[in-house]
Design a protein around this ligand. Structure first.
Ligand SMILES: Cc1cc2nc3c(=O)[nH]c(=O)nc-3n(C[C@H](O)[C@H](O)[C@H](O)COP(=O)(O)OP(=O)(O)OC[C@H]3O[C@@H](n4cnc5c(N)ncnc54)[C@H](O)[C@@H]3O)c2cc1C
Length: 469
């Protein structure tokens, strides 16, 4: 009987929500998945981005991810970065020959404003700060000196998380949110903002709204209505949150020691562009004295993965695929050769950088896999032997690159120790914050288990001898 080679082998690059939910859909279609992840532990920003105290959400996602990864058709390779000069290059994956390569590596590139002084000590990017407080190596081990006066640039939910960390955990004195547009254009959710609301200086907010009143009214916004939300008369405690609207960062001014001394901002006006408002610089400037500036302006994809890249995003097929409900296709595209990169697909934040919550990444992965599974169904898959040969080839490339990697059994050992450590410390979670630490915990667990199983074998042997005698 001729074996029908319908089982596909798919490499998924990145085990964040998009990669893991994509894996589930691929498994459901019967395909084997090799999941390659930069971090030792899976989860991406669900593990290392979502705010520290969101226990229920984080634990819920961890449980779901664990269940998905438990499928025997999933092979996990953690601490493996795909890219030029990294653990394995994209071309090496292509040489091994997968049915498809799904890039779900998130948005790991850093977006800058390109203003003078932004390389100063004390100018940070929200992603790095968020990775730091969520204990992702190597960010967990880097110092993030924030001082007492911090400006956060941007007005989305990530800004709220960073301000939450600054005010509630770092206890900084002043946090100033610098926003290009006005209060109506905020991108954060009010429910998220509640955690920092008490720090808001209402008197300062009223003054700020009066300052920008003429411009907001000129674009038809009702300032009195906005003001009704800011009627408190008592000042907040020693820690203050305030907004500077209609301001764009123009220059970071260093202090004598080279760290951040102040931020020069340019005042903007709001102008209408159809239904939308846009900010237009007025050429008038002011300064805010500061110790630290944190950009919470979204991220871009990491060009180092080795796919065609333009304006912060990987280039996708301009033609829509049948069944693709989104404007950009899931297929990677070479704009110079004007052709699709056959078999390479993008999902989640690698396709749409910094857009949406976990649910959006999940939906994107699921829609993407529908398209991809339809494509795979038309193609010849691999035999079981071919699949195991390819897994061996991948392992050989990784071993040659001398980058240690972990399997899902290793992650389970690590997580068990972290859970036990949390129990001892009476906290809901405990995380090791250095790769070396995690590797040594895994090795120690393996050694202990092999010791234990050797002892168990000895005991069984002794019992057998006893029974014979
Ligand atoms: C600060 C912050 C807070 C958030 N809070 C919430 C929240 O409260 N609720 C919510 O629903 N959503 C929240 N989100 C959004 C949510 O985290 C994202 O929607 C989601 O994580 C995107 O999933 P992803 O898989 O596309 O990318 P990511 O989560 O970034 O995952 C990418 C994965 O790829 C791996 N990787 C990266 N580069 C490589 C490479 N070269 N090779 C191999 N692997 C690689 C990484 O290790 C990572 O595991 C938050 C986002 C941020 C930034």
């Amino acid at each position: 009987m001729v074996e029908s080679k319908k089982q596909h082998l798919v490499a998924v690059v990145g085990a964040g929500p998009a990669g893991i939910y994509a894996t589930r859909k691929l498994n459901e279609a019967g395909h084997v998945v090799l999941l390659l992840n930069r971090d030792i532990k899976p989860g991406g920003l669900a593990e290392y981005g979502i705010f520290l105290d969101k226990e229920k959400m984080k634990e819920g996602l961890r449980k779901q991810f664990k269940r998905i990864l438990a499928d025997p058709k999933v092979f996990y390779f953690g601490h493996v970065t795909v890219g030029q000069g990294k653990s394995i290059a994209l071309e090496d994956l292509q040489k091994i020959g997968f049915s498809a390569v799904i890039v779900s590596a998130g948005a790991q590139g850093t977006k800058k404003l390109g203003i003078p002084g932004e390389e100063c000590l004390g100018v940070y990017h929200a992603k790095d700060v968020v990775y730091h407080y969520n204990k992702l190596p190597p960010f967990s081990q880097r110092p993030f000196e924030v001082g007492e006066r911090v400006a956060v640039i941007g007005m989305g939910n990530v800004m709220v998380d960073v301000a939450n960390w600054l005010l509630n955990y770092k206890k900084v004195k002043e946090v100033t949110i610098v926003a290009r547009r006005g209060p109506k254009e905020k991108a954060y959710d009010d429910s998220e903002f509640e955690v920092i609301e008490d720090y808001l200086d209402h008197e300062d907010m009223r003054r700020e709204l009066q300052r920008i009143r003429p411009n907001l009214e000129a674009v038809g916004q009702n300032v009195d209505e906005i003001l009704t939300g800011y009627q408190k008369t008592e000042s907040p405690s020693d820690h203050i949150l305030r907004f500077r609207y209609l301001c764009s960062p123009h220059r970071v001014i260093p202090s004598a020691d080279g760290s951040v001394g102040a931020l020069e901002i340019e005042f903007n006006e709001l102008v209408l562009d159809g239904q939308k408002t846009v900010a237009k610089g007025l050429g008038r400037y002011s300064q805010i004295d500061l110790d630290c500036v944190i950009y919470a302006i979204g991220d871009q994809v990491d060009a180092g993965i080795g796919l065609p890249f333009s304006r912060g995003a990987f280039v996708t097929n301009p033609e829509k695929l049948p069944g693709d409900p989104n404007p950009a296709s899931y297929q990677a595209f070479d704009p110079e050769a004007k052709k699709v990169l056959e078999g390479i697909y993008l999902v989640g934040w690698s396709r749409n950088a910094s857009v949406g919550l976990v649910g959006v990444a999940k939906q994107d992965a699921e829609r993407g896999m529908k398209v991809i599974n339809q494509n795979l169904a038309k193609k010849q898959g691999f035999s079981v032997e071919e699949i195991s040969q390819k897994i061996e080839s991948l392992t050989a490339v990784l071993e040659k690159s001398r980058v240690p990697f972990v399997t899902k059994a290793d992650v389970e050992l690590l997580e068990a120790v972290e859970k036990e450590e949390a129990r001892k410390r009476k906290t809901w979670e405990y995380k090791f914050s250095a790769d070396e630490e995690m590797f040594s915990v895994i090795s120690a667990q393996k050694a202990a288990r092999s010791g234990a199983s050797a002892q168990a074998a000895l005991a069984v042997g002794e019992m057998a001898k006893l029974e014979q005698s």
